[in-house]
Design a protein around this ligand. Sequence first.
Ligand code: HEC
Ligand code: HEC
Ligand code: HEC
Ligand code: HEC
Length: 150
Amino acid sequence: MKVKSLIIVTLIVGIAALFLSASIFAGATIPDAMNLETKGYECQKGPVQFSHKKHSEEYKVACGDCHHDSKGKPLADLKATDKVQNCIECHKKPGAKPKGKDAPKLSEKEALEYNAEAFHKNCINCHKEFNKKNNTKAAPTTCTKCHAKK
Ligand code: HEC
Ligand code: HEC
Ligand code: HEC
Ligand code: HEC
C-alpha cells in the first residue's frame, strides 16, 4: 500500500512539473524586443522599439488584446509557438490614412485598412486609457516617444 501511494504521489508531482516547465518554456519563447518597421514601403517615421515580452509579462497584456483572427476576434489561446500573421497581412494599405482638407472622409472600418491606423489604434488607445486610469505618463502617446528619430 505504502509503495503504491508513493508511486501515485511521484506521478502527480511529475505531471505538475511537466506542466510548469511547459508554461515556462512558452513564456521564454515569445519574441522579446522587436523593431517595428513595416517593410514594403518608404517609412516617414523611424522604427518603433517594442518590448513584446514586457507587455506580455510585466504589463500583463493578454495576447488577444493585440492578436486577432480574420474576423477581428481576439486570439485568446495564442501560444508562442503558433504561427502569427503580421498585422499588414490584413491591415494592408501602407502607412497612415491620407490627411489634409482634400482627403476623403473614411469610416472607421476603411481607416483601419491602413496599417499605421491599425497599429496606432491598438497601441495608443490602450496607452491613453492606462495613463488616465493610473494618473501617469508611463505609456507613450506622442510621436517621438515611440518613433525613433530617422
Ligand atoms: C501589446 C501587444 C501584443 C501582445 C500583448 C502580444 N503581442 Fe505578439 N506581437 C505583437 C506585434 C505588434 C507583433 C509584430 C506584428 C507585425 O510585425 O506585424 C507580434 C508578433 C508576434 C509573433 C511573431 C513574431 C515574429 O518574430 O514574427 C508571435 C509568435 C507572437 N506575437 C505571439 C504572441 C503571444 C503568444 C502573445 C501572448 C503571450 C503575444 N504575442 C502578445 C503584439 C503583441
Ligand atoms: C487575419 C487578419 C488580421 C490580422 C493578422 C490583424 N488584424 Fe486587426 N482586424 C482584422 C479585422 C477583420 C478587424 C475588424 C475590422 C472591422 O471591424 O471592420 C480588425 C480590427 C482591428 C482593430 C480595431 C479593433 C477595435 O476594437 O476597434 C485594430 C486596432 C487592429 N485590428 C489592429 C491590429 C494589429 C495591431 C494587428 C497585428 C498585431 C492586427 N490588427 C492583425 C483583421 C486582422
Ligand atoms: C492593452 C494595453 C497595451 C497595448 C495594446 C500596448 N501597450 Fe505599450 N504599454 C502598455 C503599458 C501598461 C505600458 C506602461 C507600463 C509601465 O511603464 O508601467 C506600456 C509601455 C510602452 C512603452 C514604454 C515602455 C517600454 O516597455 O518600452 C512602449 C515603447 C510601448 N508601450 C509601445 C507599444 C507599442 C508599439 C504598442 C503597439 C504595437 C503597444 N505598446 C501596445 C500597455 C499597452
Ligand atoms: C505607441 C506608439 C506610437 C505612437 C505614440 C505613434 N506611433 Fe506611429 N506607428 C507606431 C507603430 C508601431 C507603427 C507601425 C510600424 C511602422 O511601420 O513603423 C507606426 C506607424 C506609423 C506610420 C507609418 C510608417 C511610416 O513610418 O511611414 C506613420 C506615418 C506614423 N506612425 C506616424 C505617427 C505620428 C505622426 C505620430 C504622432 C501623432 C505617431 N505615429 C505616434 C507606433 C506609434
